[in-house]
Design a protein around this ligand. Structure first.
Ligand code: ADP
Ligand code: MG
Length: 347
């Protein structure tokens, strides 16, 4: 059997462009070339689709994050597929390693459905729901999961409901990488925090800060089964108030620890909740599900990431690694799962 032809798409118009490039760099370095033949497609920040050489530099250099260069052959999106220089690209599976809006929110998934290309990860609806916290939270709640109490606002002139007390988190409904997110300690800071979040999205979540630990769990769909990873705790340096952009990407101080002091029943419940959330949102392939384990012992779901950070040292691959699945095997499994997925709308 010939190799499976995989198109890696990275970059994109979202504020997570650079992070996407770093993830794609990891996949390009590790993907099994005996099984897969790769095409690299970069989407520039302005939205141009370019066919790029595989050796395009997508590494972090010092503290400079990579981005898609503005040169390369234009990729045309046609009703029969992706075309470069008048030639249709042969693609069996697309791996859209894109985070945030236009990448993780169902839009590119819809595009790929229309041009009949199979792709890694969740479909249109699950991607869109998971991206938009104002929709994800009610879906989680309807499945019996605890969510942080809060409201959705579209203007900075609001009255905070009496069931919320400071500190409060203000964040764009559809962002990622903590961009536009503020921990608000007193009413005087609220308006400006909402204004900051509104720069990222027209819809903003104002919710109760949960004091506790941040616990993440990975789900992988493979061979028709759902594998749920052990849970990992995000530990960041004390200098950060919360897990913000700086703590996530620009500082090596974040540690993923596998807490031994969590009661077994809590670990199991988080794992069970992760799978419940994955299914409730209709996810496919992969997702990282993030929780708080509050100081008062409550498990609160925060969000689902349908295309989580995906470098070899990112949380998702590390959690899956705990199941004895290497980064390279993980990539292979995701592509195989996508390859066997039906592209018929009635699936
Ligand atoms: N309700 C909350 N309580 C405590 N911390 C929060 C809350 N909401 C967000 N945070 C903090 O902000 C970070 C980013 O928020 P999150 O909702 O995960 O958005 P993103 O999609 O940007 O990752 C979280 O990892 C956490 O550190
Ligand atoms: Mg998050």
């Amino acid at each position: 059997m010939g190799k499976t032809k995989v198109a890696i798409i990275c970059g994109g118009k979202s504020s997570e462009h650079e992070i996407s490039c770093v993830s794609a760099n990891g996949v390009l370095a590790a993907i099994d070339r005996d099984l897969f033949e790769i095409t690299l497609i970069g989407i520039t920040k302005s939205g141009r689709w370019l066919h790029l050489p595989l050796e395009t530099n997508l590494k972090i250099q010092g503290s400079v994050l990579p981005s898609i260069p503005d040169s390369g052959s234009e990729v045309s999106i046609t009703s029969s597929g992706l075309v470069v220089d008048g030639k249709k690209l042969e693609i069996d599976v697309v791996f859209p390693i894109l985070h945030g809006p236009y990448g993780e929110d169902g839009t590119i998934q819809g595009l790929l459905e229309i041009i009949q290309l199979r792709y890694v990860g969740s479909g249109v609806l699950a991607s869109a729901v998971s991206m938009d916290k104002s929709y994800a939270k009610p879906i989680f709640a309807a499945s019996g999961l605890n969510v942080a109490p809060g409201i959705v606002v579209t203007s900075p002139d609001i009255t905070v409901p009496t069931n919320l007390s400071y500190p409060i988190f203000v964040k764009p409904a559809r962002s990622g990488s903590s961009r536009g997110t503020t921990k608000v300690k007193e009413i005087a800071q609220l308006k400006s925090a909402i204004q900051v979040a509104l720069e990222f999205d027209s819809k903003v979540i104002v919710e109760q800060a949960i004091s506790g630990r941040e616990i993440e769990c990975a789900v992988l769909e493979t061979d028709g089964k759902f594998l749920v990873s052990p849970v990992g705790q995000i530990v960041i340096s004390d200098k950060y108030e919360f897990y913000d952009f700086q703590a996530k990407y620009l500082d090596d101080s974040m540690q993923l620890v596998f807490p031994e002091d969590l009661p077994n029943e809590i670990t199991e419940k988080i794992q069970k909740n992760a799978l419940t959330a994955f299914k409730a949102a209709g996810c496919e392939g992969l997702a990282r599900i993030d929780f708080f384990y509050s100081d008062s012992g409550e498990i609160v779901i925060n969000e689902i990431n349908t295309m989580p950070g995906f470098t070899p040292t990112s949380v998702y691959p590390k959690l899956i690694g705990k199941l004895g699945i290497s980064y390279q095997e993980l990539i292979s499994k995701l592509i195989q799962t996508a390859k066997h997925r039906s592209i018929n709308i009635t699936r």
